[in-house]
Design a protein around this ligand. Structure first.
Ligand code: BGC
Length: 388
């Protein structure tokens, strides 16, 4: 049987986010929420801030040629309008470390944690928040844009607004649907402003968002059909429409499938991750197909599962890459795939319990242990092809 290849130049890697892995970040809304006892403390995390070279050696040894990470806004702009050159230099070193190992970088400007000065003065509810965010993004693009061509502004705007302003589970712990709607619009305005400001400083870079999209479907009940069509638009497409014309690619973060009107048998048969999330074998394919309408390059910027004993990760990854291959063969211009995450890390309100990493972290000793599934993914990356 002929090997099912991916297009040449396809990017394979894994993702992390600064607050979840770096350690030692105390001047953010999340660190404050931990001090207030509202979320688990993050502490030294994986000490990736000092161990990044070693971690990139591991990524390289695992056949990766792509790496998505975020820069920490609170490090770079610790006070309003004051930028810290030493932190910029740190991230320039991170980029160099990736480049010398042959890992193409993708930088996220903001991945959930806000500098305290910003959150305490209203965050994205401030009327000047788009201007403030754009100034920060343009500054970073100017400083890092010679080392990196691939940037995302906002990680998962709908998740940020949903958890923080609707469900009240994340900072700033609000449960107000009107505020939620307001913040979604503010985030779209912030992205548009940042997109323009970044392109002005560095016209050659590629700028997008990473969008958390869910594969929604329903049974044949008309009420469920209407509900699923509405929620699909509201969650998956509305934000992308609000930023129409201001993105060079779409980053897809994909984890979930939701069917309206499942039967008890379907629910019982579902395979689940340690988070209780259903692992639907083709949901990534459906989410990719749904992005075809935008006519933009697509990167799977996150896709993964919590699986501490590593019993479902291999099959999960194989299904995911089959989904990507099928979507490409049906015309979706998918350019890369990032597994979430390279390392076990701080899983937000769930703390250090869930284990998403290709690499296991022993938080007591900071020892790294490569999981078996990471070697299967390595074969996929190196062959640039499906295994079976
Ligand atoms: C986020 C990550 C998170 C992962 C697993 C994504 O929604 O971008 O920060 O750790 O999902 O929950």
């Amino acid at each position: 049987m002929a090997e099912k290849k991916f297009p040449s130049g396809f990017l394979w890697g894994a993702a992390t986010a600064s607050y979840q892995v770096e350690g030692g970040i105390e001047n953010t809304d999340w660190a404050q929420a931990a001090r207030d006892g509202k979320v688990p403390p993050c502490g030294s995390a994986c000490e990736h801030y000092t161990r990044f070279e070693n971690d990139f050696d591991i990524a390289k040894s695992l056949g990766h040629n792509f790496h998505r990470f975020s820069v920490e806004w609170a490090r770079i702009e610790p006070e309003e309008g004051r930028f810290d050159e030493r932190e910029v230099e740190h991230y320039r070193n991170v980029l160099r470390a990736l480049r010398v190992r042959g890992l193409e970088p993708s930088v996220t400007m903001w991945h959930f944690t806000l500098p305290l000065w910003f959150s305490e003065t209203g965050g994205f509810e401030r009327s000047d928040s788009p201007k403030i965010f754009a100034r920060y993004c343009a500054y970073v693009a100017g400083k890092l844009g010679d080392q990196c061509t691939h940037f995302t502004t906002i990680n998962e705007p709908m998740v940020y607004a949903g958890k923080g302003f609707w469900e009240g589970l994340w900072p700033p712990f609000r449960e107000n649907i009107l505020r939620h709607l307001h913040v979604v619009s503010a985030l779209a305005a912030a992205h548009r402003a940042a997109y323009k400001a970044m392109k002005k400083v560095r016209p050659e870079i590629q700028v997008g968002v990473t969008k958390h999209n869910i594969f929604f479907e329903s049974n044949s009940n008309p009420f469920n059909i209407v509900l699923h069509v509405f929620i699909d638009w509201f969650w998956n497409h509305r934000f992308l429409q609000l930023i129409y014309g201001h993105q060079d690619f779409i980053g897809l973060n994909h984890y979930h499938h939701k069917k309206f009107g499942t039967t008890p048998r379907e629910r019982a048969a579902a395979v689940r991750s340690d988070m209780g999330w259903e692992l639907h074998p083709a949901s990534l394919y459906h989410s990719l197909i749904a992005l075809k309408r935008y006519g933009l390059p697509v990167y799977v910027s996150e896709n993964g599962l919590a699986d501490a004993v590593d019993s479902r990760r291999t099959e999960f990854i194989k299904n995911a890459v089959r989904s990507v291959h099928r979507a490409i063969s049906e015309g979706v211009p998918v350019k890369g795939y990032c597994y979430w995450s390279l390392l076990d890390n701080y899983e937000w309100a769930s703390g250090y319990g869930p284990r998403f990493g290709l690499v296991e972290i022993d938080y007591a000793t900071q020892e790294r242990r490569i999981r078996k599934s990471a070697y299967v993914y390595k074969q996929i990356c190196e062959r640039n092809a499906l295994l079976d």
